[in-house]
Design a protein around this ligand. Structure first.
Ligand code: 6PG
Length: 475
């Protein structure tokens, strides 16, 4: 075969990735889709791409130069296994199968192992940036073996977004590391979106802004520390009027936030690893709450008497901006903590600074401050958490008073700001000298003899709660 690389699955993401590959020097791209009509349409619409179109999976495999490389771009799930099997039956030793879907990293670990035993390379590759990114430059998060990375690197580098002259792709780690990191990216995406949504709600309901004036506020914020793709599109969304009603589009969109699962996975894994990724958790729960129509109806009709909304104090907008930035620092810190914990658990050697760098361009959470995160981990690769780095510590300290004012006002006004509040609580808990966890340990010991440790000497202890209440050594 003549094609240097192939793409299977030609829905929007697959088609755009194939076109991106075809537009770069050195790639000849084979394309295949289960329904041939899609392949035909893509090839017809994009003659400039010089696609090698395959009608059958056999043709597709035959059209690939050896060692073969095929990127699977199908809906994540059971369908992926079927496509992998079709390729694996036809591929030969040393060939590479890439899964570019949003796969569960546990599946990726399993698939990599199975294919390795059959002499094939399997690379789970997180791809972020939506349709636009796939076409013009995504952020790419490949896992899999070093060998496979070396073979794939030129093609992946050729299509990735570029930030500060560097392509937004790095070998994340072995087997499922890439999909794990993509999962956390999505969790952070959820938290960032929730935080922005809370800021919008506060500025609207307490600050008295309408969507059009808020569009200006976000556009202005996009010129500072908060500069990011998500802030930029927030301004654009708020500026959009609805053709039918003539009012703001955001006001006619049903307020139930959907999700496809990666945010839930992030939180499930955080729970399993014992990482308090609270801002991501709040974001996932907030989407679920928004979709609980029955509960919302029942509670809304029970409590019609809501707090009076106070008028916004002077400087409220600046306060909200500072609170948003501080909360965002906490959310990202939690996300990076989760990557570190996942890497330890699964034996991946993940360079956190490199992850921040490949997220500076192409992906949904691309943001100016990722540069700062990269610098923080480059300065000190063993940094315990971003909040402890001088730059972020200062950012949080600078915003702290405003952050507290905003959360206090939200609570008083009855405007829900769960992610703002829980990010602040997470910071306060981490910064506290003592936590009431001591009381919880005593309660556990009381009802279940679960024992406790002491602050003043080593060992494990139990108080004879139902006896004479003396303390005994329990180890
Ligand atoms: C990206 C996005 C992308 C997608 C997810 C999240 O990085 O390009 O994260 O993968 O938007 O599917 O979507 P949900 O909000 O539907 O879970």
């Amino acid at each position: 075969g003549e094609a240097t690389i192939g793409v299977i699955g030609l829905a929007v993401m697959g088609s755009n990735l194939a076109r991106n590959l075809a537009s770069r020097e050195g790639n000849t791209v084979a394309v295949f889709n289960r329904t041939t009509a899609k392949t035909d349409a893509l090839v017809e619409e994009h003659p400039e791409a010089g696609f090698v179109a395959a009608e059958t999976i056999d043709d597709f495999v035959a059209s690939l130069a050896t060692p073969r490389t095929a990127i699977i771009m199908v809906q994540a799930g059971a369908g992926t296994d079927a496509v992998i099997e079709q390729l694996a039956e036809r591929f030969e030793e040393g060939d590479i199968i890439v899964d570019g879907g949003n796969a569960d990293f546990h599946d990726t670990i399993r698939r990599e192992e199975e294919l390795r035993e059959r002499g094939l390379h399997f690379v789970g590759c997180g791809i972020s940036g939506g349709e636009e990114g796939a076409l013009n430059g995504p952020s790419l998060m490949p896992g899999g073996s070093k060998e496979a990375w070396e073979a794939l690197a030129p093609a992946l580098r050729s299509i990735a977004a570029v930030a500060q002259d560097e392509p937004c792709v790095t070998h994340v780690g072995s087997d499922g590391a890439g999909h794990f990191v993509k999962m956390v990216h999505n969790g952070i995406e959820y938290a960032d979106m929730q935080l922005i949504a809370e800021s919008y709600d506060l500025l609207r309901r307490i600050g008295g802004h309408d969507p059009a004036s808020l569009a200006d506020v976000y556009a202005e914020w996009n010129g500072g520390d908060l500069e990011s793709y998500l802030i930029e599109i927030t301004a654009e969304v708020l500026r959009q009027d609805d053709a039918e009603t003539g009012g703001p589009l955001v006001d006619v969109i049903l307020d139930r936030a959907g999700s496809k699962g990666t945010g839930v996975w992030t939180v499930q894994n955080a729970l399993g690893l014992g990482v308090p990724a609270t801002a991501i958790g709040e974001a996932v729960f907030a989407r679920a709450l928004s979709c609980s129509a029955e509960h919302r109806d029942a509670v809304r009709s029970t409590f019609s008497d809501r707090p009076d909304v106070p008028t916004a104090p002077d400087g409220f907008e600046d306060d909200v901006r500072a609170a948003l930035y501080a909360s965002k620092v906490v959310a990202y810190a939690q996300g990076f903590d989760l990557i570190r914990a996942g890497a330890e658990e699964h034996g991946w050697d993940i360079d956190l600074g490199a992850i921040a760098r490949i997220w500076r361009g192409g992906c949904i959470i691309r943001a100016r401050f990722l540069d700062r995160i990269a610098e923080a981990y480059d300065d000190d690769p063993s940094l315990v958490t971003l909040l402890a780095h001088p730059y972020f510590a200062e950012a949080v300290r600078d915003g702290e008073a405003a952050w507290r004012r905003v959360v206090a006002l939200a609570v008083t006004a009855g405007v829900p700001a769960p992610a703002f509040g829980s990010a602040l609580a997470s910071y306060d808990a981490l910064a506290s000298e003592r936590l009431p966890a001591a009381l919880i340990q005593a309660q556990r010991d009381f009802f279940g003899a679960h024992t406790y440790r002491r602050t003043d000497r080593d060992g494990v202890f139990h108080t004879l709660w139902s006896g004479d209440r003396s303390e005994v050594a329990a180890d």
